[in-house]
Design a protein. Sequence first.
Length: 323
Amino acid sequence: MHSESASPETEPNEPILADLIDDEDGESISGDMSTVSITSSILAYRKRYGRTYENSQSTEYWAPNDAQQNYGLDLTHVGLFFTLGEKLFLAPVEEPKRVLDIGTGTGIWAIDFGDEHPEAEVTGTDLSPIQPAVVPPNVKFVIDDCLLDWTWPEDHFDFIHIRAMYGSVPDWVDLYSKAYTHLAPGGWIQDLEMDVKLQSDHVKLTPDHVFNVWADAFYRAGQKMGRSFDICKGHTMRDNLKAAGFVDIVEKKIKAPMHLWPSDQKLKRAGELFLEALEQSVEGYANLLLMDLLGWYREEVEVLLGLFRKEMRDKSKCAWVET
């Protein structure tokens, strides 16, 4: 999405070809989650259900920030890399000098971008100090809340990258407007958001299927918080970017596979990584939202998690999520 004129959007209508022959287990990816120069107040995480959560006074993030969840974030990053055709981004950015990664998480995208573009100064921001201490010399991390006033100079960045902020932003036009203000003329923004609903082109999923029950619960939680989990559906992101002043908006819908069912080898690898990421993350996603926010009993959540895990592990479902 360009800060200066709009291309036609594309829908994820093309089904992914399936390959349902069993595969051997793939390798795993891990990361160093150490941090430096952090005040004790920032490290005073909330503890719920045996997990830790960010403790910012301005924002309560719904997913854990512990090692298990962070491992899932890194797996998702690599899965998205393969889903995007082994690319870190799709925006036509050329020779960037200053890059901002909003909601950087473990910092893995910022680090990979910094390695790929050593001429660029890359800044990653997040609420939690979960980034590694050893990073490329052109990469730095700042503990910052993107929902508050930005302290960067106006017209400062060549590229602003946002990813997986669903369920976290009460006013997307306001967030995009901040980005618009701080992008240099001719700069680009890219936002990749993912739906929480698993779908299939190969199997009919009834309204009461656990994939739909799961997604509906998250949609309700998002409505209750005022922070949508279905931001990527329809043309909402495109319309919000337009309202913030952006032009040259390209909307691209992509199917991110779950499991090793795709015949395409890159998508097969992506599906393997997304499945392992969800294995690591699914409990952390559910606990705070379903029990604390929606008032579910722990036994109800455990039943839902059991059914969800069973179905997501079923390769024959040929499941995918929209990005």
